[in-house]
Structure formats: structure tokens, C-alpha cells
Design a protein around this ligand. Structure first.
Ligand code: NIG
Ligand code: FE
Length: 421
């Protein structure tokens, strides 16, 4: 055995290919008291109790005694806008004065302000800014993150963002899964002919595919941004080119993007704050994962949040949680904070929350076969917390509970700090 982990309360998954957890299954985290996890190379080779480990007669040449604390799969953040230039703290005053997110965008701020900073930034500058965020994510337990483009709204800058997202995989331990979100907003120069802008984004798909710059495509389907019809046209073209699809749907107004995600068989549908009950039912019946972003609804000062309880209790849906990390609607890298919001804003239980940031989050980015649970044969992405109780993480909010993180079998965080070598 290459490495070994000592005794811990282990939260494994069950069955390598059994899919996301839906409805009440989300509360079943399969906790093993007094558990042992064995790692060889990049993979998990043993999961069981200390007693089973002794009987298996395996010798570990390196062990870590977790002292009965909680060992979970590495956390997975399935929706971020990681690569961008600049920041937007100047919008805080506008927000406090009562301006809405869509009003700020309408006036050329919001996403369009970050478009300006991202167009102006060099690849090196974007890379340096994203590396800092990844460092923060890793020390908070995130081992895999999805990263969307969408602050270029033109060929050159979109490609620049996608290239940086991919290169980040060679520079640090957090795995970055890339999504092309070309239609994230309508650039002012296309105001009178939005369909030509969509054509331009569709023309980029071949190049993105050939250069392997993105696995997923996404669009912001929202009132005043892209309509359901425009979203259908773009996403159908993406599917045609062999991309898996995601959709920013019903974040602010109930437009029907949720129903569209189910219709098109999207891998995930994201936001859902304003989604209709029928839309949520459609999603739950489909294989699409509902990615909820409570940090965004909190930060936009929304009195409402996505209806996670309806999705879980009534619709039997599969829910994941994500930060939506971006410089406007949700400037935080901390999935642990989002876990606290999952409890307090969405009414999710600690066990549902853990499932939502591990197993279900893995399926939201098409990685369920490889990460998201602690199972023999899966990648050894693990997170050791300074507590023995999963409820302690959302309960004691605003601080970092991570002690150690393993990525692909290698210890990359120790004592809550990334190991830099
Ligand atoms: O998911 N809604 C669209 N996109 C992001 C926000 C991006 C931004 O404000 O810069 C979101 O909330
Ligand atoms: Fe987003």
C-alpha cells in the first residue's frame, strides 16, 4: 500500500456507478464509525472498519491517525466563474441603495464591467488571480471545481479564459472542469441583433471542441439576457457538436429555463430560485442535477431562495450545491459557507448538504464515476475535518474546519494550509 489513512469516521458512498442520490436518499451518507481508508497511488483501494482492515491483513507503509474525526470525499464545487479580471466592490453601494442586479447590468455594470476587466487582462494576470482563488478553495476543502468562461463575449477573450482554465490543471492540485459560457450577456454592440451574437458563439464551438478547451456549454437564460428560444437554439447546437450542457435558469425571473433543461437532457440546471413547481418536477424526473446557489440569492439580498425542500421532499430530485464564485453575484470561494447557507436558507439537513457538495456535485459535472464518494476504485480525493460530526460544519459557520486534504492520493493541505513545494 502506497499510503494509508488511519482510523476516522468515514463517509463513503455506496456502489461505484449507482448515480446521484435523490430525495430522502440524500440523507443517507453511509457513515462508517471507526473507519479506515487505504490509498495506493491515486486511488482508493480499501474502505472499511478498523476491524475489517486488520482482518484484511494489508500492510500500510505510511499511516495517518485521524483520531476519530470526519473524513469525507474532497468537496466539489460544480458552478463557478473562476477565471476573470478585476473585482466589483464598487457595486456594493449601488446594491445597498436599492439597485437590482439586472438594473446594474442594464446600465453597463455587472457582468459587462467584468467583461471590460477580463478583456484588458493578460493571460498571466488571469492565471495569477485564479491561482489565488484556487489556493483559498483548496484550503477550504475543494478538490474539484467547474469554471465557466463568459467574460469575453468575443472570440479572443473567451478563448483566453478557456485556455487559462485548462492550464490551471498543470499548475496546482485542484482539478478544473471547463465550461464555455459564451452567451453570458449580450455585448452592447449586439443589442439590436442578438441572434448574430449567438451565431458567433455557435461558430466558436468547433474550435473549442478540437482544442479540447471545454467539456460543457452553458447560457444565461434570463429575462433581459437570453430568451428560452435563444437558449434552446444555442444549447441544441452545442449538443449537436458533442458537448454536454448546463444552463443558468430561472435565477431571477420565472422564464422557463428549468423546463428547457429537462427537455434537452442537460447535465445540470443551475440557480432555480424562480423556477416553477412544474419545472422542478420535470427536472426531478429527468437525469438533470439541480445545482442550487444559496450564496447568490443571499448576496443579491433576495427574500426568496431556491426551493430545495420541494425538490427533495416532493419531487424526489437530486440536489447539488455550489458557490457560483464570481466577482458580482457571489464573490466567495468558500463551499463551507455555502454549506451553512444550505442549512439556514434552504432548510437542508447536514447529511443532505454533504451529499450535495460531494456525490451529487460530482454528477453535476459528469465526474460521478471517478469522484464524489469514498469507494474502492475511485480517485483518492479526501478531506479530513477538525470535527467528528458532519453537523458541526454548517453549524459553526464562517471559519475553516479543514485539517488535511488529499488530491489523487497526495496530501496537499496539512493543518488547514496548502502544502507548497
Ligand atoms: O451565476 N447570472 C449570471 N452569471 C453569474 C453572475 C456573474 C456576474 O455577476 O459577474 C451568476 O450569478
Ligand atoms: Fe453563475
Amino acid at each position: 500500500m502506497g499510503n494509508g489513512a488511519g482510523e476516522a469516521n468515514v463517509q463513503p458512498g455506496e456502489g461505484l456507478t449507482s448515480g446521484p442520490k435523490r430525495g430522502s436518499e440524500m440523507r443517507d451518507i453511509g457513515l462508517i464509525e471507526d473507519g479506515v481508508v487505504g490509498i495506493r497511488g491515486e486511488d482508493i483501494v480499501f474502505v472499511g472498519t478498523a476491524h475489517e482492515f486488520e482482518r484484511a491483513d494489508i500492510s500500510a507503509h505510511e499511516t495517518l491517525d485521524a483520531g476519530g474525526r470526519l473524513l469525507t470525499p474532497g468537496l466539489i464545487d460544480p458552478h463557478t466563474h473562476l477565471v476573470h479580471g478585476g473585482s466589483r466592490q464598487q457595486e456594493l453601494a449601488m446594491k445597498l441603495a436599492g439597485k437590482s442586479y439586472l438594473e446594474i447590468l442594464e446600465q453597463g455594470g455587472g457582468i459587462l464591467s467584468t467583461v471590460k476587466s477580463t478583456r484588458a487582462a493578460s493571460e498571466e494576470e488571469l492565471e495569477a488571480q485564479a491561482l489565488q482563488s484556487l489556493h483559498t478553495m483548496l484550503e477550504q476543502g475543494t478538490t474539484t471545481v467547474e469554471a465557466k468562461s463568459g467574460y469575453g463575449l468575443e472570440r479572443e477573450t473567451e478563448l483566453k479564459q478557456l485556455k487559462v482554465a485548462n492550464k490551471l490543471n498543470d499548475l496546482q492540485p485542484v482539478e478544473v472542469v471547463s465550461t464555455f459560457l459564451g452567451p453570458h450577456a449580450l455585448p452592447p454592440e449586439y443589442r439590436s441583433h442578438p441572434d448574430e451574437f449567438l451565431d458567433l458563439m455557435i461558430e466558436m464551438l468547433d474550435e473549442i471542441k478540437e482544442e479540447k478547451l471545454a467539456e460543457f456549454c452553458d447560457i444565461f437564460c434570463e429575462s433581459g439576457v437570453f430568451s428560452v428560444e435563444q437558449s434552446r437554439r444555442f444549447l441544441a447546437a452545442c449538443k449537436n457538436k458533442g458537448f454536454d450542457i448546463k444552463i443558468h435558469a430561472d435565477e431571477i425571473e420565472p422564464l422557463g429555463g428549468t423546463e428547457l433543461a429537462a427537455e434537452l437532457g442537460a447535465t445540470s440546471v443551475e440557480h432555480l430560485l424562480a423556477a416553477s413547481k412544474e419545472g422542478l418536477q420535470d427536472i426531478a424526473k429527468s437525469g438533470t442535477i439541480a445545482v442550487i446557489l444559496p450564496g447568490t440569492s443571499w448576496n443579491l439580498r433576495s427574500p426568496k431562495h431556491a426551493d430545495a425542500r420541494y425538490l427533495i421532499d416532493e419531487a424526489n430530485g437530486a440536489v447539488a450545491l455550489a458557490t457560483d464564485y464570481n466577482p458580482g453575484s457571489c464573490p466567495t470561494e468558500s463551499l463551507q459557507l455555502i454549506m451553512a447557507f444550505g442549512a439556514n436558507l434552504l432548510g437542508m439537513t447536514p447529511e443532505e448538504i454533504l451529499t450535495a457538495v460531494t456525490r451529487n456535485a460530482a454528477y453535476a459535472i459528469g465526474r460521478g464515476h471517478r469522484i464524489g464518494t469514498i469507494e474502492v476504485g475511485k480517485q483518492a480525493d479526501l478531506c479530513l475535518f477538525n470535527t467528528d460530526d458532519v453537523a458541526y460544519i454548517p453549524y459553526h459557520f464562517g471559519i475553516n474546519h479543514v485539517d488535511c486534504v488529499f488530491k489523487k492520493g497526495r496530501k496537499v493541505v496539512s493543518g488547514g494550509k496548502p502544502i507548497t513545494d
